[in-house]
Ligand binder design. Sequence first.
Ligand code: SF4
Ligand code: SF4
Length: 103
Amino acid sequence: MPFDCQSCGACCAVFRVSFYWSESTLHPDGAVPAHLVTAVSPHHVAMNGTLQTPVRCVALSGEVGRCVSCDIYPARSSTCRSVDAGDAQCLRARAAAGLPLPA
Ligand code: SF4
Ligand code: SF4
């Protein structure tokens, strides 16, 4: 893995993190705590803190670029799970956060 996510967190502090509402506990099978999300369309919610500028997901603890963790890691959304260290979204997030990129 090219980067250590636990010393980064950029993707949790750059992007709007939205997903289908049923991934939240607004639905009986959902996992993302409903009090951490806001409706952004009839069918989608977003993590609180990612709808504002500067972005910072409400579930992110720690200091971006140093030491971070996700307070709801096992229950995070499919959108969160879709970013892999070193992929295009990751590199965009790290660039936006001013963190080093591969040489
Ligand atoms: S931007 Fe990349 S390295 Fe940083 S936390 Fe997200 S996936 Fe991990
Ligand atoms: S829920 Fe966790 S993984 Fe997803 S954006 Fe927030 S802090 Fe990052």
